[in-house]
Design a protein around this ligand. Structure first.
Ligand code: COA
Length: 178
């Protein structure tokens, strides 16, 4: 992929479109895990596990608890991100960003940033003006979120595991969109 000619569009997928996109979404998730991202899965997880995950996301989209964004280039889907609406009656203003994933062949071209900017704008449009997320303390995403003006709250050691089984601290962030 040539960075000088890259055109990327960020779109929102409905549940039916997610079903159709499961092979591409599964490949993005598989690629992130095998390349060492701590995103909820271990290196022994199978394609069936990833496909089941995306079907659950489609169900969340169908029930309007989740919004799924994808980044598309001429070559197909290369990235994705999610917005989870907090359903509690006392938190109607809050949402969580999750599973910001860019395929390793498409990284460092601004796609992660484009997904984040799109997700933030969508949250604002839905009246969700306090966003939270967490990420691997040593991952590239931590720099991305800092660059986009998110506030670090702190890091919890041993919060999760890396795909190979090592401990992974998670850094928690928030962004007030008001
Ligand atoms: C984190 C992640 C989503 C970032 O995606 P990305 O598309 O590479 O993000 P960006 O391109 O916007 O920014 C990444 C870097 O590329 C740089 N960059 C952006 N456009 C560039 C360009 N045209 N030329 C050169 N560098 C560029 C950015 O400055 C940034 O640099 P830094 O890491 O040194 O700060 C991606 O690395 C990923 O999927 N990681 C694995 C999954 C993961 O951990 N996700 C987070 C879960 S919370």
């Amino acid at each position: 992929m040539n960075a000088t000619t890259l055109t990327v569009a960020v779109e929102t997928l409905d549940a039916g479109a997610i079903e159709a996109a499961i092979p591409a979404l599964t490949e993005i998730l598989r690629d992130c895990v095998v390349n060492g991202a701590s995103v909820g899965f271990m290196d022994w997880n199978t394609l069936a596990d990833y496909e089941r995950f995306w079907r659950d996301v489609a169900a969340g989209v169908a029930s309007r608890q989740v919004t799924l964004f994808v980044a598309r280039t001429a070559g197909g889907l290369v990235g994705t991100a999610q917005l989870h609406l907090i359903g509690k009656p006392n938190q109607p203003h809050r949402a969580e960003i999750a599973k910001v994933l860019v395929h390793s062949r498409a990284r460092r071209q601004g796609i992660g940033e484009a997904l984040m900017r799109h997700a933030e704008a969508a949250a604002r449009d839905m009246g969700r003006n306090l966003l939270v997320l967490d990420t691997d303390e040593h991952g590239a995403a931590r720099r991305l979120y800092n660059r986009l003006g998110w506030t670090e709250v702190g890091t919890i050691p041993r919060f999760a595991l890396m795909p190979g089984g090592a401990d992974c601290g998670s850094t928690f962030f928030y962004k007030d969109l008001r």
